[in-house]
Design a protein around this ligand. Structure first.
Ligand SMILES: Nc1nc2c(ncn2[C@@H]2O[C@H](COP(=O)(O)OP(=O)(O)OP(=O)(O)O)[C@@H](O)[C@H]2O)c(=O)[nH]1
Length: 714
């Protein structure tokens, strides 16, 4: 398998990369980058699109959502991608603010998980991260005061069911870790009956620690975890070992490890590594329910040798037993009992895989509309997305037209900062590899994606069949080969550009999970989170916002390895000392005390209104999504309506915001005085830090607007 892959990649490298269809040739933006060669089909499709007159997008076309970059002058070269670099100046001052400037990517728990995280988290924390119950439990009076939010209702309904926190079955990596773990106490509870232990299982294999030279590096236990434990036990996740745990984790008396590397030295090292190591990208898989997301990625992992024939055969046998044989590959990800019984993904699942030139952290997101909050949590940390669409007759239309999640997911990932998207046109085996069908889907989807702000050359289409494995790593089907000679899905993944990381700016780590971790290498209070910007290293003292507490980084883990530092883009587990667990929660932000993130409950934002059922008026209640945090808020003032193309004020103090409009609004959190804790959250203007300045607004289970933070107020 490995040899095959190498040979394939070598062949791919030898030939000029040939991307799937890109832009309509009628648009100046449509020109693909010169180094990319079009396949025959792509050329045909583009020229057929060019042949059609290119009328301006009909109103209210998605382009008019204000999400697309303003149309360039006819002969102008393609505009630069304003969010291509995390370091470049912000575009929000520009009159032509658009969704392109809405992009860069907050964070969540999802791809913070390395294999050893999974070992830690499988029994308990895997779900806690993506679900709000932890924060709900921390702020119990919030719901009493304001009533449950729509998304809370979904989460509430999940409590006590197999959908509730911690109830997830073992996934592939957790299972491997459990098998490998030697100590009985380190075994996670089984998915079905046992209550999982709050102590995470030992890592599958002892990992080689990489202590900074000269430091007193020693994984240490951390402070009391009363709130976390209370939360966990309230959710039925405790292991009854409270006092033992409390004793063990009471006070960290280990001396803090010293910081030993200068930032300059780290930056130099990072540069040197970039030349020799595979870059890591976070990949989220999205699409309408049943499009085949889990099957596709389960199959990709198998084709790449990440799962064994034996594992697949076992899933096949077991899925057939309950009459769900067609879901065998999906079971690699859909590990919860309920997911398997219903044949529906409920929560994000994480995995990792490598291609010839890249490593991927894979986030398999649920497609069902009820689980969009989970999808957001996963997508918030992604660099790139695969949008899976169902090519079977009528199925694509079902997912794409009113109410389907194809549009919503694409819009969400774009608003969350994802710029690069691969459309996997799946289930083409069901239509005998019809080229006409493929082109028909391309013709519907491509303009939509460009209109919501994806740059044409950052969109690729690949025809595939997840269940037969066709065109994932190889093309064998003659019906397909008759009209397609472009790259396979894996080749397409392998050739994705690596986003620029914001290394040389203030450190920001939005926390996506808090747990008590214990592996062969480290233990104690730990958080997972994506390093959105800057560099963190062992020994560093970090403020945990909101709050006055600081913790010391005792150990850092990235991709299952202990490391002396982690840089922007890394999904890290950070073991902390000198701070109590109740000072941290999902949505906290770790940053240097000297460069804090503003903690506020009111801010102004520039938003694009999607298609809410009712127009937005002052006092409109919403769920605010910021990284992994999901918090009740109100749009307290409509300051101005804006022209979507120029960004100029068209009307001050409008009475309401209609669908597809752009506006400047004032937002206030609704829990500002709840529970004795500050209701304020750490949030930053987009102009200061793109990743910290993106917000999404949902209401009654639908996403109503997305935007960027303009100014933090109080
Ligand atoms: N014919 C055909 N069926 C497929 C293909 N890919 C997936 N399916 C079937 O489609 C159904 C749904 O597949 P899943 O992988 O669970 O879909 P999903 O998008 O992950 O579903 P959710 O995560 O619940 O939204 C299963 O019965 C699969 O066997 C394909 O390429 N061809």
């Amino acid at each position: 398998m490995a040899a095959n892959r190498a040979a394939k990649a070598a062949a791919a490298a030898a030939s000029t990369p040939s991307p799937a269809p890109t832009a309509p040739a009628t648009s100046p933006q449509a020109a693909p980058p010169p180094e990319k060669k079009l396949s025959k089909l792509q050329q045909k499709m583009l020229s057929s699109r060019a042949a059609k007159a290119a009328p301006p997008a009909p109103s209210p076309a998605p382009s008019e959502l204000g999400l697309a970059p303003p149309p360039p002058p006819v002969a102008a070269p393609p505009p630069p991608d304003s969010s291509a670099s995390a370091d470049e100046p912000m575009a929000i001052d520009s009159p032509a603010f658009s969704s392109t400037s809405l992009v860069a990517g907050p964070s969540s728990f999802a791809n913070a998980l390395t294999p050893s995280h999974r070992a830690f988290l499988a029994p308990v924390a895997h779900r806690i991260a993506s679900t709000v119950p932890l924060s709900v439990a921390v702020e119990p009076t919030m719901a009493a005061r304001f009533g449950p939010s729509p998304d809370d209702k979904v989460l509430e309904a999940r409590k006590g069911t197999a959908l509730g926190a911690g109830a997830r079955g073992e996934n592939r990596l957790a299972k491997q870790a459990r098998k490998a773990a030697s100590a009985p106490s380190s075994q996670p509870g089984s998915a079905k009956n046992s209550r999982p232990s709050t102590t995470a299982p030992g890592a599958a294999k002892p990992k080689k620690a990489v202590p900074p030279a000269g430091s007193s590096f020693k994984p240490a236990t951390a402070g009391p975890v009363s709130q976390l434990r209370t939360d966990m036990e309230a959710m039925g996740l405790g292991d009854g070992s409270s006092s033992r745990e409390e004793e063990r984790m009471k006070v960290d008396e280990e001396p803090a490890p010293a910081i030993i590397m200068s930032k300059e030295k780290i930056l130099k090292e990072v540069k040197a590594k970039a030349a020799t190591e595979k870059p890591v990208l976070s990949l989220v898989v999205i699409g309408h329910v049943d499009a085949g997301k889990s099957t596709l990625m389960g199959r990709v992992l198998h084709e790449l040798g990440e799962t064994t024939d034996r594992e697949v055969a076992s899933n096949q046998r077991q899925s057939e037993k309950i009459g769900k044989g067609s879901f065998a590959y999906a079971w690699t990800f859909d590990a919860m009992d309920e997911e398997r019984e219903r044949g529906v993904t409920i929560d994000v699942a994480i995995d990792t895989f490598s291609t010839q030139r890249k490593r991927f952290t894979l986030i398999d997101a649920p497609g069902h509309r009820d689980f969009v909050p989970n999808m957001i949590s996963g997508a918030a940390q992604a660099d790139v997305a695969i949008l899976v669409v169902d090519g079977a007759s009528g199925a694509f239309e079902k997912g794409f037209e009113g109410g389907g999640q194809t549009r919503e997911h694409a819009l969400l990932v774009r608003s969350l900062g994802v710029q690069q998207i691969i459309v996997a046109v799946n289930k083409l085996d069901a239509v005998r590899w019809s080229e006409v069908r493929y082109k028909n889907i391309f013709d519907q989807l491509f303009p939509f994606l460009t209109d919501i702000g994806f740059m044409p050359h950052k969109i690729t289409f690949v025809p595939v069949s997840a269940s037969t494995g066709e065109n994932l790593t190889k093309q064998t089907n003659e019906l397909l080969r008759a009209w397609y000679d472009g790259p396979t899905l894996v080749e397409e993944l392998d050739s994705l550009p690596v986003p620029t990381r914001a290394l040389d700016v203030a450190l920001r780590i939005p926390v996506s999970n808090v747990f008590k971790g214990q592996s062969a290498t480290a233990s104690g209070l730990a958080v997972t989170g994506r390093v959105e910007s800057g560099i963190v290293q062992v020994g560093e003292k970090l403020a945990a916002l909101p709050g006055d507490e600081s913790g010391i980084v005792r150990a850092l883990e990235v991709n299952g390895e202990l490391v002396p530092y982690a840089t922007a883009g890394a999904n890290a587990t950070i073991f902390l000392s000198g701070i109590e667990a109740n000072q941290l929660s999902v949505g906290s932000v770790l940053c240097p005390r000297s460069q804090p993130v503003p903690v506020v409950s009111t801010f102004t934002a520039q938003v694009l209104v999607f298609e809410p059922k009712h127009p937005i008026t002052a006092g409109y209640a919403v769920e605010l999504f910021h990284h992994s945090r999901d918090i009740p808020a109100s749009i307290v003032a409509l300051e101005a309506m804006l022209d979507k193309t120029t960004g100029k004020v068209t009307k001050t103090s409008p009475r309401m915001l209609p669908k597809n409009s752009s506006a400047r609004i004032r937002v206030q959190l609704r829990n500002a005085t709840t529970g004795g804790r500050s209701g304020a959250i750490p949030i930053e203007p987009f102009s200061v830090n793109k990743a910290m300045g993106r917000v999404l607004f949902r209401r009654n289970g639908e996403t109503v607007a997305a935007g960027i933070v303009l100014e933090t107020l109080q």
